[in-house]
Design a protein around this ligand. Structure first.
Ligand code: FE
Ligand code: FE
Length: 200
């Protein structure tokens, strides 16, 4: 005789609760370290907001807007000082950030985040003049991150499924360093983040 197992303890509101906690944890990360300098004359939070806003301006998908807003969250999760690059340390924030975000978001969000440093190394190899327009902090971190890609590395990178999104994100990353920019608050991205949250 087959006995069907009743779904004991199923909470129809569990997803909503978890979604809340994801946003709360993201906001907590910005609250904790968002006012620290990005190293470019803007704070981590200002940089995140500018990147997200420019992604929206350029008609990016919701997932790519979220990726742009959260691409440097790895900088907010570790306990190291923000000036570690000046001390010759690469914190691998793109990897820690994308791994942390994968608790909540799918690859459309996490992959452009994971690849945003590779995109800089790619553009430094492929695009004349790109290196020269990088900020001092970005040039310093590029050196720590391995410098411009080789031709073979660039070819492999261009075959990544989220290659194009990573390169787009990188453009906003470069642009999002405007001192004194008057943007929206961090809550501006709550709706788009909620729309992109995934549960395993
Ligand atoms: Fe970054
Ligand atoms: Fe950045």
């Amino acid at each position: 005789m087959t006995v069907s197992t009743p779904k004991v303890g199923h909470d129809p509101h569990a997803a909503a609760k978890d979604n809340m906690s994801a946003l709360e944890r993201i906001h907590a990360a910005f609250a904790k370290r968002g006012l620290e300098a990005y190293g470019e004359g803007v704070s981590q939070l200002e940089h995140a907001i500018q990147c997200g806003v420019f992604a929206q301006r350029d008609g990016a998908s919701p997932a790519l807007v979220v990726a742009a807003f959260l691409h440097d969250i790895g900088h907010l999760l570790h306990e190291l000082p923000q000036d570690v690059a000046e001390r010759g340390v690469d914190t691998l924030h793109e990897s820690s950030g994308s791994a942390w975000l994968s608790q909540y978001f799918g690859p459309e969000v996490t992959e452009p985040v994971r690849l945003h440093v590779a995109a800089k190394r790619y553009l430094a190899m492929i695009e004349p003049g790109y290196f020269d327009q990088l900020s001092d902090a970005s040039r310093l971190s590029l050196k720590l991150q391995g410098g411009p890609m080789t031709a073979a590395q660039a070819q492999a990178f261009a075959a990544e499924p989220f290659f194009a999104d990573a390169v787009r994100l990188r453009r906003w990353d470069e642009e999002g360093k405007i001192v004194g920019y008057e943007g929206p608050g961090a809550a501006h991205f709550d709706a788009v983040m909620l729309a992109c949250l995934q549960r395993p």
